[in-house]
Design a protein around this ligand. Structure first.
Ligand code: GLN
Length: 532
């Protein structure tokens, strides 16, 4: 029978609940437990595809085509798994399905209520995620902050699950809350105490508490939290600020988290073997060769979370290439205003994107990289904009563009996929999920993917509506572009390379979703190596 660990958060958001869930899961996995992770978002959205990247960061895409919360990316990277759509539940889809059932008459005669109808739906989705992933322990992150009205239904469902399997311990609650320092050196436990009270008011007693703080909490703080929040001192843990989130599993492990959880849930664990991350983390710290890389996007005003998987993939690649890289997120509109010194960079990455804003800035970065023979990797929109740049400047197609940017363009070198032209709904309707990419023999792409491909094909994740217009392919080839990856069944161009340049490549898919610390994605690795 599957056991469940619920992780809640208190005081404020952005405490690192996602990396905590990923780290707990990794610790269990290293101890031989079959584990998986799930995220429940309390919003009324049905998926993350229509959420604002400024507020919610990157939209991660599962292989089975679900647009989900970026934490799924953390789960994939920490556990080296491919997540499925069942692992991210957005409450909009729960309410939608309850209402649809009501309309179908499935509840005839009953008053349909949040409890039990919505809570039952939540519980059945959790159990289904456990079934689909086939795990023995499912770690579930409850999004939002305890005390928010919108997460009450989720907390209530979790509360009910505690005793549903009889008396054997099958559900554990871990609560993460802020332990700040204000002006003195004293670590303040009151916010944690209040958030635990809020949780208790929902009928949930936490089993373990994790303090998020700037540095390690001291013994006095630990004892105070234990006393005031109803747990033993050995059940209070600390997740303090780290330069590198990949150190978090080790930090928690050293505090005895595995022993505590396995005792409480009666798990049979093995002694953990050598973690493949350890030598890599060491290598990371000791890399010497310095390189500066610019990621040029339009969502650059806030954090780098909008491009989380891109930065993670670059980091993984840099470690394996032995490069001490500095990654800057550059606002493409600043490039348009000439506010950026492009000569300061050893490589450029143009990530995925949508809409017209900032595209001319990205195109001028591509021109700079192409003409000055600086490594360039274009992801999705980055591929499309590279094709536009080459069409304009090497094919003599003045003002060539994508119909996404200028529907009236004279030279629509990028155009909407035919099947997208009749779609009206915006949610979940892009070309989504993983598809085969057929690699052309004798190309750079074919060589890079030699260890990953099967029958000259790789399986990669997509999220787009536009493609290279097949009518311009031969003209683009004459200008020097090699289309080295295509859809095996139809004329969709998926990888470009430009042999007249040391490294100018683009892909229509998102390779960053497949990158792991222990297994960098080949295209990213080749890009980083090219900066040497
Ligand atoms: N906007 C482009 C399209 O829809 C690129 C999408 C992306 O970069 N993910 O095709």
């Amino acid at each position: 029978m599957t056991k469940f660990i619920f992780v809640t958060g208190g005081v404020l958001s952005s405490l690192g609940k996602g990396t905590l869930v990923a780290s707990i899961s990794k610790i269990l996995k290293n101890a031989g437990i079959s584990v998986s992770a799930m995220k429940i978002d309390p919003y009324l959205n049905c998926d993350a595809g229509t959420l604002n990247p400024y507020e919610h960061g990157e939209v991660f895409v599962t292989r089975d085509g679900f647009e989900c919360d970026l934490d799924l990316g953390n789960y994939e990277r920490f556990l080296d798994i491919f997540a499925t759509k069942e692992q991210n539940l957005m409450m909009g889809s729960v309410y939608k399905s309850v209402v649809e059932k009501e309309r179908r008459g499935e509840f005839l005669g009953t008053t349909v209520q949040l409890i039990p109808h919505a809570t039952n739906e939540v519980k059945s989705r959790i159990r289904n995620a456990a079934k689909v992933t086939g795990c023995d322990v499912l770690v579930i992150e409850i999004g939002g902050t305890v005390g928010d009205i919108e997460s009450d239904v989720v907390l209530e469902a979790a509360r009910q699950m505690r005793f549903e399997n009889g008396s054997s311990p099958s559900v554990l609650f871990i609560h993460l809350a802020l332990v700040p320092r204000i002006t003195t050196n004293e670590q303040k436990t009151k916010p944690m105490q209040h958030s635990v009270k809020a949780l208790l008011s929902k009928g949930i007693t936490p089993d373990l508490l994790v303090a998020r703080s700037d540095s390690m909490i001291n013994d006095g703080t630990k004892k105070k939290i234990a006393l005031m929040c109803n747990v033993l001192a050995d059940s209070v843990f600390c997740s303090h600020n780290l330069d590198n989130v990949y150190h978090l599993p080790r930090l928690l492990q050293e505090q005895g988290l595995l022993e505590n959880i396995s005792k409480k849930l009666e798990l049979k664990t093995k002694k953990a073997g050598k973690d493949p991350w350890d030598p890599l983390l060491e290598k990371w710290e000791n890399s010497k060769e310095e390189r500066r890389i610019a990621v040029v996007g339009k969502y650059a005003q806030t954090t780098k979370d909008t491009y989380m998987s891109v930065f993670e993939a670059l980091r993984h690649a840099a470690i394996h290439a032995g490069i001490k890289a500095k990654f800057d997120l550059i606002n493409s509109e600043d490039v348009e205003k000439n506010l950026v010194d492009l000569n300061a960079y050893d490589g450029f990455l143009i990530p995925g994107g949508y809409g017209a804003r900032g595209t001319e800035g990205k195109i001028s970065v591509i021109k700079h990289a192409r003409e000055n023979k600086i490594p360039l990797l274009g992801i999705c929109y980055g591929l499309q904009l590279s094709v536009i740049e080459i069409a304009r400047n090497l094919c003599n197609l003045k003002d060539a563009n994508s119909t996404e940017i200028n529907p009236q363009t004279k030279y629509p070198v990028i155009d909407m996929l035919p099947e997208q032209k009749t779609i009206e709904d915006k949610g979940g309707t892009m070309r989504l999920g993983a598809y085969d990419v057929a690699l052309k023999k004798g190309t750079k792409a074919h060589d890079l993917y030699k260890n990953e491909m099967k029958n000259d094909q790789v399986f990669k994740r997509f999220r787009h509506r536009y493609e290279v217009n097949p009518e311009y392919v031969s003209q683009l080839e004459k200008a020097g572009i090699v289309f080295s990856g295509k859809d095996p069944g139809r004329e969709i161009m998926k990888i470009i390379e430009f042999p007249n340049h040391p490294f100018l490549m683009g892909c229509q898919y998102h390779p960053e979703f497949d990158s792991r610390l222990e297994k960098p994605e080949p295209l990213y690795l080749a890009f980083m190596k090219a900066t040497l």
